[in-house]
Design a protein around this ligand. Structure first.
Ligand code: 5GP
Ligand code: ZN
Length: 116
């Protein structure tokens, strides 16, 4: 399922280019166009899901696949041992700007806590 009006669905279909670093049957991961850390990769499901609020029980494996990919990417980027952050924003108060769920994988620098 893709949404023809969704930016990240267009990256999944190849209609919009992206610097893809990892993909499998379930997920695609690519570098953020406005990176907030030396490593800033977005991991998305091929399936269009707008926000965390739209998740259904049947999506549990899809979400697990996102985290599995994040782990693999962190290792490939060389940030796994030092540490990294995996975060997903939901709706306006958290700053979600693209309404196709995505994990941010951030690493390569010390990350403050709590986030802004
Ligand atoms: P959000 O604020 O929704 O959690 O994160 C959206 C992210 O998508 C932002 O970090 C933004 O820089 C990134 N982004 C927006 N448009 C594009 C694009 O066309 N290509 C890529 N690679 N990243 C994008
Ligand atoms: Zn989408």
């Amino acid at each position: 399922m893709t949404d023809p009006d969704c930016l990240f669905c267009k990256i999944v279909t190849g209609d919009i280019p992206a610097d893809i670093v990892y993909e499998n049957d379930n997920v695609v991961a690519f570098r953020d166009i406005n990176p907030q850390a030396p490593t800033h990769v977005l991991v998305i499901p091929r399936q269009h899901i707008a926000t965390i609020n739209n998740l259904e029980a049947a999506d549990a494996e899809t979400v697990g696949n996102l985290y599995w990919a994040a782990k693999e990417i962190a290792a490939a980027e060389g940030v796994a041992e030092a540490g990294y952050r995996v975060v997903m924003n939901c709706n306006a108060a958290a700053g979600q700007a693209v309404f196709h769920i995505h994990l941010h994988v951030l690493g390569g620098r010390d990350l403050g806590w709590p986030p802004g």
